[in-house]
Write a protein that binds this ligand. Structure first.
Ligand code: SAM
Ligand code: SF4
Length: 347
């Protein structure tokens, strides 16, 4: 199924579109993306803002800048934001984020659904952030294969597959809506690895999933394997098939139409919506920082202000046959069902 082409692919996508309509509706929810900081203690072999990329000018947004972005999202009725950044697991950073959450909630009357995506953190820190008002956490497992994980990360204690999975467990225990995901089309990755990723999402009972194609960056160690990669068009199709299969297997979760889709195809995000995704993350980071948060090359919307992104977004989503819902958090229905004690809808 993951490699479906032609008629089989059309049937897969049609079934996924039907499941989407039935279980989450043709509604798209927004998450204003704040790229909070590109400082990172880690050195993932695929990522453009890895610690050892000395060509990156490092920044951390001020509290005022983050609060202004949150106000923008509130006024534009996005209803939710994601604060994302490199992984800094210090006590100082933990306090900074807790303080930031307080300020955002004070400035917006607690009206925003806040997702954090700040890498692996201690259970205590995650607890502190949950108490300060974060509702959701996005931590991609990147790949569910420990062997592949070891090939795309340095072999040290800071890049430990077990620790990543443990952190997902903490998030669940602490009551977060748990988001995870993987990259698709990595060097060395097989179709079996990708099938196992979907089973992993089911096994940990994810509430939301963000999967995107791997896009190479010339200042990273994995770049030397670029010749062995599947062509970009194939990575895109594979990602769309993954989204469709996931929608059929986990019918009521939130699935993100990842920004990296657009790096490979101008209409990548709309295609993702048609294949079963229901979440879009418009970038609301101040433009002055965007050029320094380049995880991969050809990242879209690097020069556009949030407003311009918003107007093109409405039209793009409508093109995909969906409607953006403004002013609603758009929490995972899967999570809500679990909280209500309803039986799971998974296949
Ligand atoms: N530092 C946090 C973490 O790693 O979980 C959050 C920020 S990190 C930049 C967000 C995601 O970017 C990662 O989970 C990874 O999947 C994705 N990413 C990094 N480099 C990428 C690349 N070259 N192509 C596609 N996605 C990439
Ligand atoms: Fe840091 Fe996340 Fe990039 Fe890894 S993927 S280097 S943790 S920002």
């Amino acid at each position: 199924m993951l490699q479906a082409k032609g008629q089989q692919q059309a049937a897969l996508r049609a079934a996924a579109a039907k499941a989407k309509k039935e279980h989450v509706g043709n509604k798209v929810y927004l998450r204003g993306l704040v790229e909070y900081s590109n400082r990172c203690a880690k050195n993932c072999l695929y990522c453009g803002i890895r610690r050892d990329n000395l060509a990156v000018r490092r920044y951390t947004m001020s509290d005022e800048e983050v609060v202004a972005a949150a106000r923008y999202a509130h006024e534009a009725r996005y209803a939710s934001i994601v604060i994302q950044g490199g992984e800094i697991a210090t006590a100082t950073r933990a306090k900074e984020i807790a303080r930031l959450l307080d300020k955002i909630n004070a400035a917006t009357g607690g009206s925003l659904g806040i997702t954090l995506s700040l890498g692996e953190q201690s259970r205590r820190t995650l607890d502190e952030w949950k108490r300060a008002g974060a509702r959701r956490y996005l931590l991609r497992v990147e790949t569910s294969s420990p062997a592949l994980y070891a090939k795309i990360h340095p072999g040290d204690a800071l890049h430990d597959f077990g620790a990543r999975v443990r952190t997902l467990g903490y998030l669940r225990e602490l009551g977060y809506q748990v988001g995870t995901g993987c990259m698709i089309g990595l060097p060395f990755q097989t179709i079996d690895d990708l099938a196992a990723d979907i089973l992993f999402f089911q096994e940990i009972d994810a509430d939301m999933v963000g999967m995107g194609p791997y896009v190479e960056h010339d200042r990273t160690p994995l770049y030397r394997h670029r010749e062995s990669l599947r062509p970009a068009a194939e990575r895109l199709e594979l990602t769309l098939n993954m989204i469709a299969v996931l929608r059929l297997m986990m019918k009521d979760i939130n699935i993100v139409a990842a920004t990296a889709m657009q790096a490979l195809d101008k209409e990548g995000r709309e295609k993702a919506l048609r294949a079963g995704a229901n979440i879009v993350m418009p970038n609301i980071t101040p433009v002055k920082y965007r050029g320094e948060y380049l995880l991969y090359r050809d990242k879209p919307c690097v020069k556009e202000e949030a407003d311009r992104c918003r107007s093109c977004l409405d039209a793009r989503v409508r093109m995909a046959g969906d409607e953006i819902v403004y002013g609603e958090w758009g929490d995972s229905r899967h999570f809500a069902r679990k909280m209500a004690g309803a039986p799971a809808l998974n296949m």
